[in-house]
Design a binder for this molecule. Structure first.
Ligand code: PMP
Ligand code: GLN
Length: 391
């Protein structure tokens, strides 16, 4: 793409993100809509949040919770999050100095990156990487260092990471459970990262939006409860994933006080805050229905297992999915098309929209793999599976 875009005679926009187009999630969802395809591409449920949660939103909408909340988030919600971490992980997090409610995890990622990354600083990401990381790094003046996760299990190459860390490395970004691969990091992986950054002026951004969508009795390894990383990390979460409400765009960041101070400087002049009635409703729901997030692994494990069993007869080869609501599938027995073309073909010709993997890479490996989202009603999965089995 060109460095510059001619707008009209005499005017030239110098793009700050010359290589960035429209995000693949928007592209594929639009294609699905245009062609009436079943949308297993962009990650969102095709079912509703819990009735009890919606009731609390209605309640607050009608009882005067419609003006600006505090910039850092409604105190009751920050307290509910803090109590949840005490109960589930035995860690004390100060709701006033360590928790900030944001307009989705996306805003939290952006603010965290801008809090610590200065011009020419390096930030390490692991490919395939979620697509919002690099543009935020670029806008902060940083340089993104892409390290590929190793195939076939999408694990960190520790030697490569050790060699990539320099005095310029200011931030490492991890994501567990991992979008798009469904891989997870274990506690011992966090220990290794901690060992590498403990004595450096380097921080961790831990994207944990799928913290509760983890399978086969695995325990989510969180930076928040790691003895070293707890003091060096921004940990980012999303209520959109946990409560089937991706359109609400509410997330939060947990970081130690000195990092939170910088984080809030950015947040207050970016989004400033996020929607009031949903914050109040979520506070009540977290307190009153803890079983809801505790049951989420089983809820989604059922969908993963159902979807896998429904398409096991297909010509797609299924990779493991240890967490998230995504399932990777190798289509090399079906087609030689590159993944973006194959995803378009699946959507337009076959009627099931999927996500290609190459947009998550700086240099994509020579694989034929696409991503399905199984956060769908069982009937939707069954209908899609019929098509997938016939491909
Ligand atoms: N990180 C990852 C890995 C995600 O998959 C997503 C969204 N699906 C986000 C961040 C952004 O979450 P939100 O919608 O709350 O902004
Ligand atoms: N994170 C979602 C996905 O991976 C999409 C979010 C978005 O569209 N911005 O599908």
């Amino acid at each position: 793409m060109n460095q510059t875009t001619n707008q009209s005679p005499g005017q030239t926009i110098q793009s700050k993100l010359p290589d960035v187009g429209t995000t693949i999630f928007t592209v594929m969802s639009k294609l699905a809509q245009d062609h009436g395809a079943i949308n297993l591409s962009q990650g969102f449920p095709d079912f509703e949040p819990e009735e009890a949660l919606l009731d609390r939103v209605s309640h607050y909408l009608k009882t005067g919770k419609n003006q600006y909340p505090p910039m850092i988030g409604v105190p009751e919600l920050r307290q509910a999050i803090s109590s949840k971490f005490t109960q589930t992980r035995g860690v004390d997090i100060d709701p006033d100095t360590e928790i900030t409610i944001t307009s989705g995890a996306t805003e939290a990622l952006f603010c965290a990156i801008h809090s610590v990354v200065q011009t020419d600083d390096e930030v390490i990401v692991f490919d395939p990487a979620y697509d919002s990381y690099e543009p935020a790094i670029t806008l902060a003046g940083g340089k993104t260092i892409h390290l590929p996760l190793t195939l076939p299990d999408y694990q960190i190459d520790w030697d490569a990471l050790g060699s990539a860390i320099t005095d310029r490395t200011r931030l490492i970004i991890i994501n567990t459970p991992h979008n798009p691969t469904g891989a997870i990091l274990q506690e011992r992986d966090l220990d290794r990262i901690a060992g590498l950054i403990e004595n450096r002026n380097c921080y961790l951004l831990s994207d944990e939006v799928y913290e509760h969508i983890i399978f086969d009795d695995e325990i989510h390894a969180s930076a928040v409860s790691h003895p070293v990383l707890r003091h060096k990390s921004f940990a980012v979460f999303s209520f959109g994933k946990t409560y089937h409400a991706t359109g609400w765009k509410i997330g939060y960041c947990i970081a130690p006080p000195e990092l939170t101070v910088e984080f809030r400087k950015i947040h207050q002049f970016n989004a400033f805050t996020t929607v009031t009635p949903m914050q109040w409703a979520l506070a009540d729901f977290i307190n009153d229905h803890p079983q809801n997030y505790l049951e989420l692994p089983a809820f989604y494990q059922h969908k993963r297992d159902l979807f896998r069993s429904l398409i096991t007869r297909s010509r797609f080869k299924l990779l493991p999915s240890r967490g998230t609501y995504f399932q990777l599938a190798d289509y090399s027995d079906i087609s030689d098309l590159k993944d973006t073309d194959f995803a378009n073909w699946m959507t337009i010709e076959k009627g099931v929209a999927v996500i290609p993997l190459s947009p998550f890479y700086q240099t994509a490996p020579d694989t034929r793999i696409i991503r399905f989202c199984f956060a769908k009603q069982d009937d939707t999965l069954a209908e899609a599976a019929k098509i997938i089995c016939a491909v």
